[in-house]
Design a protein around this ligand. Structure first.
Ligand SMILES: Nc1nc2c(c(=O)[nH]1)N[C@H]1C(S)=C(S)[C@@H](COP(=O)(O)OP(=O)(O)OC[C@H]3O[C@@H](n4cnc5c(N)ncnc54)[C@H](O)[C@@H]3O)O[C@H]1N2
Ligand code: MOO
Ligand SMILES: [Mg+2]
Length: 424
């Protein structure tokens, strides 16, 4: 039998691992989601489950890039203000039609932007560079300048050639991808299924969002924080519950959910407190504990395990730490499950704006905002960097890395920062 002292010892005696090591351990357990076929617009925001190549050339016919006259460039040789080239206009070609006549020497066709070039023509002269004439009751055009061969003409496959790679697996389908997929006739696309996520928030202090405040209790903001972040990362929350601080309840909830979801997130109860039952749950969990301490602040108690091939993330209850834990560990896992190649927040270097002299034994990931001034990148802590603080989450677009040590970083020093995926 373990006594209370031994249990506490187990909780305290955790081996802190490096953030990158923690990320690598998680990645080695990531499995790709199943794929599904969706109508193009429903696939917006998803990630492709296959590599795709262009099924045909784009454009697939030689077309005009301007409203003007399709001509043979050789006919304009020697043309000038005083000796314009005079060409007979033999047809008008609108978009969506096919030219009926070839262009012979001395002839031109009125042609609109996007219309197919007639045989024989190799160049388009913009209307603005021409003058309409009439000779013997027939329409002519006068061109007062030479125009280089091929001007204002798009060739077959000029934009994309048939069989050319278009997108790699894991590409996010944004507006630009949607437009290309539409141009190539993909009514439906094969994308990864949204990761199905369970979110369990723990703590006897948690009130429902609709409840009036009570002494000692707080509203369950982490559930809403995590649900939004999961959606942002392309997942969907399909199961959730608020658990009190009893381990049996947590075991039951997780056991029931694990067969139905792709990933589980819990919030709270992973530190060393008397009621931090999630720490005990993870220590004894069925499956493998990947780590229960990371050399970072906030979020040092972030705990991750694998059970039945599903990743279980035990995030801290403190909102700031919960957020950072999500960004460093959960979001990359969700993105990798949807095929994203490099799923980690991109790292950049910038000058620190203001001092940050609070040292720590662990690397700090300080919520910050980035800005450009006179062509230089700066990052600035948004203030209130403690784990317990929620208000700074909304203002941050990056996490500023303050390396371990006593001195922190001074104003103007170069620091590294991780870019967060926020849309403003
Ligand atoms: N003796 C020690 N105490 C603490 C340590 C330590 O090393 N030694 N670490 C501190 C750090 S750092 C953190 S972070 C927290 C982690 O706490 P837990 O993950 O166990 O989370 P809880 O105890 O459940 O709650 C902490 C805090 O967060 C609030 N909370 C919890 N859930 C929610 C929610 N769903 N929505 C909003 N707020 C939530 C909760 O009320 C507490 O205030 O431990 C420190 N202690
Ligand atoms: O573990 Mo706490 O989340 O470091 O701030
Ligand atoms: Mg606690």
């Amino acid at each position: 039998m373990l006594g209370r002292k031994d249990v506490l010892h187990l909780k305290w005696n955790r081996q802190a691992i490096d953030v990158v090591e923690a990320q690598n351990r998680i990645q080695s357990h990531v499995r790709l989601q199943k794929s599904e076929d969706l109508a193009l617009l429903r696939a917006f925001g998803r990630r492709l489950a296959e590599d795709m190549a262009a099924p045909h050339d784009m454009p697939h016919f030689v077309r005009s890039g301007m409203d003007g006259f399709a001509v043979r460039s050789e006919d304009l040789r020697g043309a000038g203000a005083r000796r314009p080239a005079l060409l007979e206009v033999v047809q008008t070609i609108s978009c969506g039609t096919v030219p009926t006549l070839p262009i012979r020497s001395g002839q031109a066709a009125r042609i609109m932007t996007g219309a197919p070039l007639p045989d024989g023509a190799d160049t388009v002269v913009m209307f603005e560079m021409t003058e309409d004439r009439e000779l013997g009751g027939r329409p002519f055009v006068a061109v007062k300048k030479e125009v280089e061969r091929g001007k204002n003409v798009s060739l077959i496959g000029e934009e994309i050639k048939r069989s050319e790679p278009l997108f790699g697996i894991g590409t996010r389908i944004n507006a630009g991808e949607v437009s290309l997929l539409a141009a190539f006739g993909h009514e439906r696309v094969r994308v990864f299924a949204k990761p199905r996520v369970a979110v369990f928030t723990t703590g006897s202090e948690l009130l429902d969002i609709g409840s009036p405040l009570q002494p000692g209790k707080i509203r369950n903001s982490n559930f809403y924080l995590l649900s939004s972040l999961v959606q942002e990362a392309g997942g969907e929350v399909v199961r959730s519950a608020v658990l009190s601080d009893r381990i049996e309840q947590a075991k039951r909830a997780i056991d029931q959910a694990i067969g139905e979801v792709d990933l589980i997130i819990t919030s709270g109860g992973v530190s060393v407190g008397d009621y931090d039952v999630m720490a005990d749950f993870f220590r004894d969990m069925p499956g493998t504990l990947l780590f229960n301490k990371v050399a970072m602040r906030p979020g040092s108690v972030t705990t991750v395990g694998v059970s039945q091939n599903k990743l279980l993330f035990g995030l801290s209850g403190n909102p700031g730490a919960c957020f950072v834990g999500f960004e460093l560990f959960v979001r990359p896992a969700l993105l990798a499950m949807q095929g994203k190649k490099d799923p980690y927040p991109p790292k950049f270097r910038a000058h620190l704006h203001g001092d940050f002299t609070k040292g720590n034994v662990f690397t700090r990931f300080v919520r910050g905002r980035s800005f450009i001034r006179e062509g230089r990148a700066f990052v600035e802590p948004v203030g209130r960097e403690q784990s317990s603080v929620s208000v700074s989450i909304k203002d941050s677009d990056c996490l500023i890395l303050i390396p371990p040590g006593r001195r922190g970083k001074q104003d103007g020093e170069l620091v590294e920062a991780l870019k967060l995926d926020v849309i403003r």
